[in-house]
Design a binder for this molecule. Structure first.
Ligand SMILES: [Zn+2]
Ligand SMILES: [Zn+2]
Length: 177
């Protein structure tokens, strides 16, 4: 999705559309966009900058932070973004006058504002760091790697029948006798 800068009127442009998920791939490792993403944005020109305010909302599939099972999340991302012209060259002497408060910054060059990156970034920023498939997910067994939500893997039973432990029990039994 790209917006021609010349199509943005002084009073601002209201965008209301569904963003093609194919244009957002790859979103990130282990993250998939499941359906078109709802985008509601207002783009207001301010000199050669554009203030982009609104909301991006979509459903994504990620991996559970403990057991790696697929988890579907609805991500609602409030957007407050400043689109600034891409600097012709970056000079270390001029630490950009870019930052404006809490606004995220994207760069544009040429006659269009490409919203693919913006939508992608805003979604990613609002996905929890370690989402869980369920509260109290038991995760994968650290020794055998089995998903402990599906069935106990028996690693603990194995430890209980460790022959060395049997020896220990025998010894204890003897000393108690
Ligand atoms: Zn899980
Ligand atoms: Zn195990």
């Amino acid at each position: 999705m790209a917006v021609r800068l010349s199509d943005i009127p002084a009073e601002g442009l209201v965008l209301d559309y569904r963003h093609d998920p194919g244009r957002l791939e790859p979103l990130g490792e282990g993250v998939r966009v499941l359906e078109p993403v709802d985008v509601h944005l207002t783009i207001t020109p301010e000199g050669d900058r554009y203030l982009i305010l609104g909301e991006v909302k979509g459903r994504v599939q990620v991996e559970c932070g403990r057991c790696l099972a697929p988890v579907t999340l609805t991500v609602v991302a409030p957007c407050a973004v400043d689109a600034v012209p891409l600097p012709k060259r970056t000079s270390p002497d001029e630490p950009g006058s870019l930052g404006r408060g809490d606004l995220d910054v994207i760069f544009y060059s040429g006659p269009v504002l490409n919203l693919d990156d913006l939508v992608r970034e805003q979604l990613l920023l609002n996905i929890a760091m370690r989402p869980l498939c369920r509260e109290g997910c038991l995760g994968l067994c650290p020794s055998c790697g089995k998903n402990r939500n599906e069935s106990p893997c028996g690693c603990r039973d194995l430890a209980a029948t460790d022959p060395r432990l049997d020896e220990l029990r025998k010894l204890r039994g003897r000393s108690n006798a």
